[in-house]
Design a protein around this ligand. Structure first.
Ligand code: NAD
Ligand code: MG
Length: 298
């Protein structure tokens, strides 16, 4: 039975505005502790067999956008491997339960994506467990604000580059030899690629790089039948934001600058990834799909 109320929901009021307190928690943050809690589609996402038999890897699949994507992929019929840091085991187990409840196989892969050997191992383990890989979602990300370049630590700059750009490179390089025609790669970029914040110099730089990488690799892989695309979220309520992703004083108004006047929820991102992963987007190559609540993108 289709819920018509849901279909005709007003996007302005579909979710309430979030107004989190101006606090700062340590990285990587936790969905279990996030207040207000975020929606990953646990109660709402209905699959329609769009990814039956597919074998997916979602980095950062423990929480936030990656969690919503992992849940949606499983409900669409895919087996899903999620990658996250060892501190995030509680969030990862919640998502793993959702994947199992959808009747699909799950593989939980804790580790540090800054280590190229771990990236290679992620692909090898997914191939071994699932018998292949045909969807790669490079979604893990590091975002830590810094107000003055004189105080931006060298090792933060390095780890932001390595988490957001290098890991995408190492994972893609290791995955492609296993990917049959029809496979899809989806990279999470950001509205920050186009409207960079003054306090996110390192992070915004990586997001522009992700867009360029996506277009170049898409052109290279398209003749082999492998499509690469990106999704550019606007301000989405996830553990990334209160764990030093934003100056604390900005949190109470998080997302209010969008045309919809509110932050997005992870559940509102998942359909974009499902679309780009599935054959229905077969002529979409090297694109960046903006899910920004109306924040303008080129
Ligand atoms: P999130 O904190 O829930 O997800 C990020 C995940 O990245 C973490 O859960 C963690 O598991 C993973 N990660 C980070 N460093 C890692 C490492 N070294 N090794 C392994 N895993 C690591 O937050 P999110 O907002 O859902 O972020 C997902 C993606 O969306 C990121 O690429 C982020 O840049 C992007 N994004 C978020 C927003 C937003 O407003 N939340 C906006 C635009 C883009
Ligand atoms: Mg997390």
């Amino acid at each position: 039975m289709v819920d018509t109320q849901y279909i005709f929901d007003n996007p302005v009021t579909r979710y309430p505005k979030v107004s989190p307190p101006p606090e700062e928690v340590p990285e990587p943050g936790s969905d279990a502790d996030l207040r207000p809690p975020a929606d990953h589609g646990e109660a709402s996402y209905v699959g329609t067999n769009r990814l039956v038999g597919r074998k997916a890897i979602v980095t950062g699949g423990d929480s936030g956008i990656g969690a919503a994507v992992a849940i949606a992929f499983a409900r669409e019929g895919a087996d899903v491997a999620i990658v996250y840091t060892p501190e995030e085991e509680e969030d990862a187990q919640h998502v793993a339960d959702q994947i199992r409840d959808a009747g699909r196989k799950v593989l939980t892969l804790p580790g540090d994506l800054v280590d190229p050997a771990f990236c290679t191992d992620v692909i090898a383990r997914a191939v071994e467990d699932f018998g292949g890989v045909d969807i790669l979602v490079n979604n893990a990300g590091k975002q830590v604000f810094c107000k003055d370049i004189a105080e931006l630590p060298d090792d933060q700059f390095d780890r932001t580059m390595k988490t957001n750009i290098y890991a995408m490179f190492h994972l893609t390089k290791a995955a492609v030899p296993h990917m049959p025609p029809g496979s899809t790669i989806i990279n999470t970029t950001s509205v920050q690629a186009y409207l960079p914040s003054d306090v996110l110099v390192d992070y915004a730089t990586t997001k522009a790089a992700i867009n360029a990488f996506t277009k170049a690799i898409a052109a290279q892989l398209a003749p082999r039948g492998i499509r690469a695309n990106a999704v550019a979220p606007g301000p989405i309520w996830t553990p990334l934001q209160p764990s030093m992703g934003q100056p604390p004083k900005k949190l109470p108004d998080f997302g209010s600058q969008t045309a919809l006047g509110r932050a997005g929820q992870p559940a509102e991102l998942a359909p974009a990834y499902v679309f780009l992963a599935s054959p229905e987007s077969s002529y979409v190559v090297g694109a960046t799909l903006a899910v920004t609540g109306g924040m303008p993108t080129p």
